[in-house]
Structures are given as C-alpha cells and as structure tokens.
Design a protein around this ligand. Structure first.
Ligand code: ADP
Length: 163
C-alpha cells in the first residue's frame, strides 16, 4: 500500500490545494492531508476550523484521511508508514524553498521521497493569503475556494466588522 502525506497550513484550503490532492489520489493508494502545526504562524482559522473545512472538501474521496501534527514531517510520515510527501509547485518562486525542504527531509530520512505536482495553470497564482486578502476587502472568492470555505470567510469578515 503506497501512502503519501500532503502537508500544509491550509489557512484556508483552496481549489489549488484540491487540484494537487486530486492528482495525488490517482498516484497513491492513500493520501493523508495533514495540517502542520506551526507555532510561529498566526493563522486566521483555528486548527479545528481548518480541519472541518478540509473534511468537508474531501469527503467524496474514499482514500483520503484528514489529520494534523506537530514536529518533524519525516517522523510523522514514518509513523503513518508513508513513503512520499506531496507538495505543489506553482512557480519558480516556490522552487527554492521547496527544494531546500525536500533535500533537508531526504537528509533526515532517505526513505521518504518528496513528490512535486503541478496544478492546472489557472491555479498557479492562487494561494491562501491572497484568498484571505480578497475576502477581507469584500471581493468574491467563490471561484477559488470550496463553498464551505467561502461561507467561513464571510462569517470571519462579519465577526471582524462587529468587533
Ligand atoms: P505552506 O504554508 O507549507 O506553504 P500551504 O497550505 O500554503 O502550506 O500549501 C501546502 C502545499 O500546497 C504546498 O506544497 C504549496 O506549494 C501547495 N499549494 C498551495 N496553493 C497551491 C496552488 N494554488 N496550486 C498548487 N499548489 C499549491
């Protein structure tokens, strides 16, 4: 059984993330999409909210598990018996950081391979922080995120306004 980990912050999950996941599920028997807890980041959505949005967005897949973890990715991958880490590559700007992470992870554990997948070109400019920004200023994000995420972003915006 070939298992892959798809780690990220997913603050919130976008159609770009889902495009990558959709490619990964065709290559692996099981994909674990997992929130990497990062104490140095201050996400808009809580971990529980992000997990709920991911669960809703991936519920039609039978071979996708949703999880979260803290600590070393390669250790987490080992604990899940995963042989691959999936990352999305949008543009050259992603490349340097991703190469560094992939080579460092290989150094830490040579048995876990990082696999890069390219999204449909319409998602190459998309990331979670742009989506948060558009939503904050009242723009329409329905083309970029699953429906539940749009609802959550609208709720978040209303809460901010009322405080
Ligand atoms: P991180 O904070 O680690 O960048 P993200 O949640 O933003 O986490 O992204 C997780 C993974 O998904 C990364 O590999 C990132 O490159 C990829 N990704 C994010 N947005 C897109 C997109 N629009 N198209 C393809 N891959 C994407």
């Amino acid at each position: 059984m070939k298992i892959a980990i798809y780690p990220g912050t997913f603050d919130p999950i976008t159609n770009g993330h889902l495009d990558i996941l959709d490619r990964a599920v065709k290559l692996f028997d099981k994909v674990i999409i997992t929130i990497a807890r990062n104490p140095s980041k201050d996400p808009l959505f809580s971990e529980e909210e992000r997990l709920d949005m991911i669960r809703e967005a991936v519920k039609h897949y039978s071979n996708v598990e949703v999880d979260s973890f803290e600590g070393l990715l390669v250790e987490y991958a080992r604990s899940k018996k995963a042989s691959a880490i999936v990352r999305g590559l949008r543009a050259i700007s992603d490349f340097e950081y991703e190469l560094q992470m992939a080579l460092m992870n290989r150094k830490l554990d040579g048995t876990v391979e990082t696999v890069f997948l390219m999204p449909n070109e319409k998602y190459t400019y998309l990331n979670s922080s742009i989506v948060r920004e558009i939503s904050r200023y009242g723009g329409d994000v329905s083309e970029f995120v699953p429906p539940m995420v749009r609802v959550s972003l609208d709720r978040e915006k209303r809460m901010k306004k009322s405080t």
